[in-house]
Design a binder for this molecule. Structure first.
Ligand SMILES: *Cc1c(COP(=O)(O)O)cnc(C)c1O
Length: 334
């Protein structure tokens, strides 16, 4: 199987860049959902905590249980909940409140315009009453932006609506942490005055902001390497792979490498061949466990920049990295 390198120096570089925006590493919650965006939740949780990160966000309780010992608090975005001093649970609807166990720490998610999860602003008072009645411990109030990465007024509109939410919560004398920023929001922000950012993709090295914004120098943490399986000479006119999509334009040497779509690598069409960051072209279709490249080098760095690969495949860096199979072995490098 191929292997993935996780670059600790790059990860820490990115966290430092984010800390410059937040003003403190104490305000960073590292988002670890979906196996830390394909980077390995165990490795990223442990590196983040070595760096001094105290907060994390996971998709569900199972992910949180696996890594909670590294952090002061882990926010669980959805699913099952339980009372645990290290865990807090996002409240995504009014109905959810009445199903939770007394003493559970919760963070109320308010829908300020994304219309995905969270209670409506009009339900805020009712939600706060219900949380109190149920004996839950409210430690946070949060929202999520629908287009922080785009140059539009939506971001400011949602921000304003969240300010109104904060006012209502503070008027009740509730002491909670407020958070709304994801990567795009913190990368574009010039001044940050909330208690926490929930940062995912930026920590992994990608700035997905519209190109109209100033770019932050971030470095990709993950790279995929594949090892050679076999080498063979190819005569001019011979074809490679399923469907024979690649026709050798001249005599050449080609080799197969041990990664394919079964490992989560995107199966691109052979009409638009993917080229590695070192300029090596894929030849023919990607197979389940194999890819073919020109040359005979013992290994190929298939991808060192998910954003570049994503552009080629017509998707986003998030999808390229989260698609990678969790059992690809990982090595930490500096
Ligand atoms: C995934 C997620 C984030 C992190 O988003 P990035 O764009 O990767 O920084 C933040 N908040 C919530 C609620 C999320 O689901």
């Amino acid at each position: 199987m191929a292997y993935i390198t996780i670059n600790r120096t790059h990860f820490y570089h990115n966290l430092n860049k984010i800390a410059l925006k937040t003003g403190s590493i104490d305000k960073i919650a590292i988002v670890l959902k979906d196996n830390a965006y394909g980077h390995s939740i165990d490795i990223i949780a442990s590196l983040a905590s070595e760096f001094g990160i105290k907060h994390a966000v996971t998709r569900d309780l199972e992910e949180a249980e696996a890594i909670k010992f590294h952090f002061e608090n882990v926010l669980v975005l959805a699913g099952e909940s339980r009372a645990d001093p290290r865990l807090s649970f996002a409240i995504n609807s009014l109905a959810q409140i009445t199903q939770m166990t007394k003493g559970t720490q919760v963070e109320l998610k308010v829908d300020t315009g994304m219309h995905r999860n969270g209670i409506a602003i009009e339900e805020l008072e009712e939600a706060l009453d219900s949380i109190k009645l149920q004996g839950l411990e409210l430690i946070g109030v949060m929202t999520h932006f629908r287009s922080a990465d785009e140059l539009s007024s939506d971001f400011f509109w949602q921000k304003k609506r969240f300010e109104e939410v904060k006012r209502v919560v503070k008027e009740r004398g509730l002491k909670v942490r407020f958070h709304s920023h994801n990567s795009a929001a913190i990368l574009r922000s010039k001044q940050f005055d909330e208690d926490l950012v929930r940062v995912g993709i930026a920590a992994y090295g990608y700035d997905e902001l519209d190109c109209a914004f100033d770019k932050t120098d971030l470095r990709p943490v993950l790279a995929i390497h594949a090892k050679k399986v076999a080498t063979k000479p190819l005569r001019k006119g011979e074809r490679v792979g399923y469907g024979g999509g690649f026709v050798a334009p001249r005599d050449m040497i080609v080799s197969t490498y041990n990664i394919g779509y079964g490992d989560g690598w995107i199966r691109a069409s052979d009409k638009d061949a993917y080229c590695t960051d070192d300029g090596v072209m894929t030849l023919g279709r990607v197979s389940m466990d194999l890819m073919v490249f020109e040359g005979e080098s013992p290994s190929v760095c298939v991808m060192a920049n998910a954003q570049r690969a994503a552009k080629h495949f017509g998707t986003i860096s998030y999808e390229v990295v989260t698609s990678l199979s969790s059992d690809i072995p990982k090595i930490i490098i500096d």
